[in-house]
Design a protein around this ligand. Structure first.
Ligand SMILES: C[S@@+](CC[C@H](N)C(=O)[O-])C[C@H]1O[C@@H](n2cnc3c(N)ncnc32)[C@H](O)[C@@H]1O
Length: 220
């Protein structure tokens, strides 16, 4: 597995993904404490975090979810991203005594097995060269009864397709479900097709893009 991860990381580096994400991160709106959890994917994921959790946010972007976990009183929160610029944004508004910032590839997480009670991964899998490799890594670092919370965009309501050309992986409900069903009875999956709170930014996107949410409980 490690050899495979090394190869995928090398390929992604050669493709210049770090620079691409640094550029993207510089465009991200700076995260503001008063508007924590503005986006509905984050709002949904946050519902599954409680104060006793040890949280890893893979592909944390500007750190909204990490800020929420900090406010919630979580013991340990790790903001993990391949982009230093994204981490810089996340650092501006979170407490470094609680949130740790680690730069690296999701394909090779630098943590021991069974370290976290919650691993979140919002709007990241669709950008990866090998999403199964990353799911495997996230499950590896998840404790028994831990929760892996993922959100990915899936097809639009018109033709059921994800037409975003930047997305390397295209999902629909069935292929996301199948990814976790192969893991067997150790895992239960909930899929939440729509988020309806109109006060939360991003909900308007539901008219042309549906997001898919999965919560996997690791019973191992
Ligand atoms: C669309 S943004 C989502 C950010 C945040 N999770 C959110 O929901 O707002 C994708 C993030 O994943 C990060 N990312 C992309 N590929 C990655 C990889 N292979 N390993 C770690 N982070 C990655 C990018 O730098 C970017 O910050």
């Amino acid at each position: 597995m490690s050899e495979k991860a090394d190869r995928v990381v090398k390929e992604m580096k050669e493709m210049g993904w770090e620079d691409i994400y640094d550029n993207e991160a510089m465009k991200i709106e700076t995260y503001n404490k008063k508007s924590r959890l503005k986006y509905y994917t984050q709002v949904w994921s946050a519902k599954w975090i409680d104060e006793n959790d040890i949280v890893l946010d893979v592909g944390c972007g500007n750190g909204e979810l990490c800020g929420y976990a900090e406010d919630k009183g979580c013991k340990r929160v790790v903001a993990y991203d391949v982009s230093q610029e994204a981490l810089n944004k996340a650092k501006e508004y979170t407490n470094p005594k609680i949130v740790e910032f680690i730069k690296g590839y999701a394909e090779k997480l630098p943590f021991e097995d069974k370290t976290f009670t919650v691993v979140t991964c919002n709007q990241v899998l669709e950008h990866l060269k090998d999403d199964d490799l990353v799911i495997g890594e996230m499950l590896r670092v998840l404790k028994k009864n831990g929760k892996l919370i993922i959100t990915v965009p899936i097809g639009n309501e018109l033709d059921g397709k994800d037409n975003n050309s930047k997305h390397l992986n295209k999902y629909d409900y069935n292929n996301v479900l199948r990814k976790f069903q192969v893991l067997g009875d150790d895992f239960t999956i909930s899929m939440i097709p729509k988020f309806k709170d109109k006060n939360v930014q991003g909900v308007h996107k539901l008219t042309n893009r549906i997001n898919c949410f999965g919560i996997v409980h690791n019973k191992r």
